[in-house]
Design a protein around this ligand. Structure first.
Ligand SMILES: C[S@@+](CC[C@H](N)C(=O)[O-])C[C@H]1O[C@@H](n2cnc3c(N)ncnc32)[C@H](O)[C@@H]1O
Length: 421
């Protein structure tokens, strides 16, 4: 075991030396909202009754014209939140190294699809490709596939991944992707609205802060049994929405709610879309080969009341002005593992700090630090702390890996900490 770990460490350090040595720039933008979605939702509720939190969250985030993600850049200091890939290039580079290792462990197949779910500004994909192209065999074998519902964000991803004279083609020939281009790093890039449009073949999936954006149902324990929390209009104020409890069981409470013995929570959040997505990943990895790396904030089936909104980096009432704020809920990793099932091997969740330390973030920091000017060095140290410190993102964010059942190794980054060995 120790020999394997030493081997992996040497591999990581040698792979990290190959990554590019420059710090990348981050871009910022702003937004506005019309209040149209609130009126539409109120009309729908008046017509057919209260809606589930899942329906509300889905509309607020991805409604075709008014959804939060659809028309704006929501990231960075001038947006509503900042994510790890936006904090430092080290994040995407280290994830790239993880995939290089997994590709090698799978026998270096000569056709590989790297799929990112919910790529945001495309920063992580760009950082990953820049690191991966230093491995010529993988560069030749690789194509990049982005699953993105937001047209605006897909434009930003395209801009990030191509150089100005690239020609992007919108698909009109019945292909499953909606556009394609050649990235400035070499590999071709394809965009899809749905994960099940990705062509068959050996596929490595990555999802960072994707699962927390998928719609959840909320259930509450009552004297009459578990009841679903719904969103209703507020009879006392025209512009308000409010939470109500379903008077009887709902289809969702009958199908999705499974309360484990000893679970004393009063509220339970369930994300069926996350379950379906993980089942899909597991089926593909099992039947066609590949792996998945899922990173998000989350817990192991222990937390309640994690549904919240963010606007301008502040907590925001989830029912106020839908479409104007990010809505999110912590990912239940125990549920994801269960949904992945026994036909694949699951590892983790481990904390972000643990994962990045094992992938050699300190070593990567040292390489970048030596090349940076005084300002760059300050930024690097602050990014390192933000990504790994337990008080910042180091503990709250977790990593889960899924490998093919026939794989005979443990993936890097998922070793237990020394005291548990
Ligand atoms: C919180 S952002 C994370 C972005 C990026 N991964 C990062 O960490 O910076 C969520 C991303 O998922 C996309 N998204 C949300 N719901 C989606 C869905 N149902 N299908 C595809 N993409 C979705 C959003 O448009 C956005 O790109």
């Amino acid at each position: 075991m120790n020999v394997m770990r030493q081997y992996c460490k040497r591999q990581i350090f040698s792979l990290l030396r190959h990554c590019s040595l420059t710090c990348s720039q981050r871009r910022l933008c702003s937004r506005e909202n019309s209040g149209k979605l609130l009126s539409q939702l109120q009309a729908k509720i008046r017509f057919s009754g209260p809606i589930t939190v899942a329906d509300y969250m889905k509309e607020a985030l991805t409604h075709a014209t008014e959804g939060y993600y659809i028309h704006r850049d929501v990231f960075g200091q001038k947006g509503d939140f900042t994510t790890s890939p936006e904090i430092s290039q080290m994040f995407g580079e280290l994830l790239a190294i993880w995939f290089v290792m997994e590709w090698k462990m799978a026998g270096s197949p000569d056709n590989v699809q790297l799929v990112e779910l919910g790529p945001g500004r495309g920063t992580m994909a760009d950082d990953m490709l820049r690191a991966i192209i230093n491995f010529p065999d993988l560069r030749k074998a690789l194509s990049l596939h982005l699953v993105e519902v937001s047209e605006k964000l897909s434009e930003m991803q395209e801009e990030k991944l191509t150089c100005s004279n690239s020609s992007t083609k919108t698909s009109t020939d019945g292909s499953s992707h909606y556009k394609t281009c050649v990235s400035k790093h070499g590999p071709s890039v394809y965009w899809y609205r749905d994960i099940d449009e990705i062509p068959a073949g050996f596929t490595m999936f990555v999802a960072h802060e994707f699962f927390d954006a998928l719609p959840i149902h909320i259930f509450q324990k009552t004297d009459k049994g578990w009841r679903e929390v719904l969103v209703d209009t507020d009879p006392t104020a025209d512009d308000n929405l409010r939470f109500v409890l379903s008077p009887t069981e709902t289809a969702a409470s009958r199908i999705y709610l499974k309360v484990e013995p000893g679970d004393n929570r009063e509220h339970i959040e369930v994300c069926p879309s996350a379950g379906v997505t993980v089942q899909y990943l597991a089926d593909r990895i099992n039947s066609q080969g590949g792996c998945a790396l899922i990173a998000d904030y989350g817990h192991n089936g222990t937390k309640e009341d994690t549904f919240r909104g963010f606007r301008d980096h502040q907590l925001h009432d989830v029912l106020v002005d839908p479409g104007s704020a990010d809505l999110t809920a912590d990912v239940d990793f125990s549920y994801l593992r269960k949904q992945a099932g026994d036909n694949v091997k699951s590892f983790g969740p481990v904390t972000q700090s643990h994962f990045l330390q094992q992938l050699g973030i300190a070593y990567r920091l040292k390489i970048l630090y030596e090349k940076a000017d005084a300002e760059g060095r300050k930024d690097l140290i602050s990014a390192f702390k933000m990504l790994t410190s337990p008080e910042e993102m180091g503990e709250r964010f977790k990593f889960l890996a899924i490998l093919n059942k026939n794989s005979s190794h443990d993936p890097v980054g998922f070793d237990p900490p020394p005291e548990e060995q």
